[in-house]
Write a protein that binds this ligand. Structure first.
Ligand SMILES: Nc1nc2c(ncn2[C@@H]2O[C@H](COP(=O)(O)OP(=O)(O)OP(=O)(O)O)[C@@H](O)[C@H]2O)c(=O)[nH]1
Length: 584
């Protein structure tokens, strides 16, 4: 696998792994953040629900008071009831608006809204009953009707309690401390409700100035037991979550002093009077005026706990947001400092490697005109490219030298085998090539002949017109010979003014014809001119034909030389080539 492919695979695998890890972390952090944001909303909703609980519970005070007042009720009591009802309605409206703004997919949304609407209905029923009692003359208000109105109002608060639990439950599940704070706040609200119900137990007896019924006494005992449980719950949770929170512990101390001190002392005092079969001489309004304020510190405990819960939820949300931002920054930093530089660096390195490899391969294949990119930076990649450029230039220079060397060798070879004056083969080259041809022809019983051609009285030419004219004459004769011979024949300058031929596939007759043609052509030719004077010359030729006696080049040359000698002897301008035997 190519390095580039491996690199791409490695980077991809690495990036995917990192992205998966960061994605998982981001998902976790985002979930944390979303939950913490949700927790802030849940705590806010729990506060609204507890407010509803408080208000419908509080509304019982002025309702009880108005049922014990004269008819028509004094303006102060009527206004107090109107205000209490307005507060309850406002609290319900606020909670309803909040619930309706929840996500549609919240499974609890519909159930919570339905429970709240049910509470609203029941509250209206309770109010109608209270109004009906208050409309009667004080002396004619039946005990059962009063009990019914009171218990309907109590049942409204009883409906609020599970609603609060349902709404608060979502926030309570978000963490230990938050859970403790909200459970304690809910317990404090429940404590306030039970304390309120305890006060409501005296409404009928105080209005009618009659003894407590057995049923009322049992209710009071149950409520007192409930109050003790709620108090214990508040104390336990506060001790666990916020023993060092001065605001909360201070509120708890106030509650102990006022409600469990003053408030319960008043209740005990009223109960003792009744147990002594004496009806307490006070109206429901007078009782409420002394009892209700002692319950306020309970709500202060609740509010301190809710405030702390809200702070914690907001802090947790801020922390989750901070973690999310840090994670995003870390991711960006990793991408910026690790992945991007790695990709860029790897890409540059591999690109340079691929380019270098391609150039080196091209140079190795002899393509020395391959362009080498000019390095952009003066780093190692630049060094490699510069070195390759130097290598290429060196290779080019070597190639030029090689061409020159080969040309020189060819030149030398030519010089070694060619006669410098005529361009014909020299004696040595002729002997080498001709010896092979003669041997091969002899072996296959073929025919060939060797001829020696010598210029007649050439000395005179030199002596008369000079050496340069002599050279020109030699060149002209060489040219005549070459034009007359076939390409398969060998032709060489054998000595100063002597030429030699090897005529392939030529018997004595053919040889004589060819040589005669040459002799005649030379004899008739103007071989040079001096001062417009033509210079003519004849040649003498001796030849020998290959046969069983004369079967080597050496023997053939010797025989041809003898015949040449004979031609000279016989007067020159002759071709002599008798059979070997005759010649000797
Ligand atoms: N110009 C020139 N002359 C050459 C060259 N080689 C040999 N010679 C001359 O050729 C002449 C040969 O003379 P000789 O051997 O006496 O023969 P010849 O004058 O041709 O007379 P025959 O061969 O008897 O007809 C000499 O004068 C050499 O100097 C050459 O390359 N150039």
């Amino acid at each position: 696998m190519r390095i580039k492919t491996r690199f791409v695979l490695y980077i991809t695998a690495w990036t995917l792994t990192l992205a998966t890890l960061l994605g998982w972390l981001a998902h976790k952090q985002w979930t944390d953040y979303a939950q913490s944001r949700r927790a802030v909303g849940d705590v806010e909703r729990a506060q609204l629900a507890l407010k509803v609980f408080e208000m419908v519970s509080r509304e019982r005070g002025p309702a009880n008071a108005i049922m014990g007042a004269a008819s028509p009720a004094p303006a102060v009591q009527a206004t107090a009831l109107t205000d209490a009802r307005a507060h309850s309605d406002a609290a319900i409206h606020a909670l309803l608006t909040n619930l309706q703004a929840l996500d549609d997919d919240d499974a609890n949304r519909a159930a919570m809204i339905n429970a709240l609407l049910q509470l609203q209905d029941d509250l209206q029923t309770g109010r109608r009953k209270v109004n009906a009692v208050a409309a009667l003359p004080a002396a004619q208000r039946p005990g059962e009707t009063i009990d019914d109105a009171v218990s309907t109002m109590i049942s409204v608060a009883s409906l609020a309690s599970p609603l609060v639990a349902r709404i608060s439950g979502a926030a309570e599940r978000r963490g230990n401390t938050l859970n403790d704070l909200l459970v304690a706040a809910r317990a404090a609200a429940e404590l306030r409700e039970q304390a309120g119900q305890l006060g409501s137990q005296f409404t009928r007896a105080l209005i009618r100035q009659e003894p407590l019924t057995r049923q009322t006494v049992e209710s009071i005992e149950r409520i007192v037991g409930h109050i003790d449980i709620m108090r214990m719950l508040v104390n336990n949770r506060v001790a666990r979550c916020c023993a060092d929170d001065a605001t909360i512990t201070g509120a708890v101390a106030q509650m102990n002093q006022h409600y469990f001190g003053d408030g319960q002392a008043l209740v005990n005092q009223v109960l003792v009077t009744w147990h002594a079969d004496v009806v307490p001489q006070m109206t429901t309004g007078e009782f409420a005026a002394r009892y209700v304020p002692t319950m306020n510190p309970i709500l202060d405990v609740r509010d301190a706990l809710l405030l702390q819960a809200s702070k914690q939820a907001i802090t947790a949300q801020a922390e989750a947001r901070e973690r999310l931002i840090w994670l995003a920054l870390l991711t960006a930093l990793m991408a910026l400092l690790l992945i991007v530089p790695l990709c860029v660096f790897g890409y540059r390195l591999l690109n340079a490697l691929t380019t270098s490899a391609n150039i080196i391969k091209a140079l190795a294949a002899g393509r020395l005109d391959t362009p080498v990119p000019v390095p952009v930076r003066s780093d190692e990649i630049g060094d490699v490219l510069s070195a390759i450029a130097v290598l290429r230039d060196n290779s080019r220079a070597r190639q030029v030298l090689q061409v020159e060397r080969e040309a020189l060798i060819a030149e030398l070879h030519e010089a070694a085998t060619t006669d410098f004056l005529t361009g014909a083969l020299n004696r040595r080259a002729f002997q080498t090539t001709a010896a092979i041809t003669v041997t091969q022809t002899s072996r296959r019983h073929g025919v060939c002949s060797v001829a020696l051609l010598d210029l007649d009285h050439f000395k005179r030419v030199n002596d008369t017109w000079g050496h340069d004219v002599g050279d020109a004459v030699i060149r002209a004769i060489s040219q005549h010979c070459r034009l007359t011979l076939r390409s398969s024949d060998l032709f060489a300058r054998y000595g100063g003014e002597e030429f030699i031929f090897l005529l392939a596939d030529a018997n004595a007759e053919n040889t004589r014809d060819i040589l005669e043609r040459i002799r005649l052509a030379i004899a008739e030719a103007t071989l040079a001119t001096v001062d417009d004077q033509p210079i003519r010359l004849t040649v003498s030729v001796g030849f020998a034909v290959l046969d069983h006696q004369c079967d080597t080049l050496e023997k053939l040359v010797l025989a041809a030389d003898r015949h040449l000698y004979e031609a000279k002897q016989q007067g020159r301008n002759l071709v002599v080539g008798l059979p070997t035997g005759l010649a000797s």
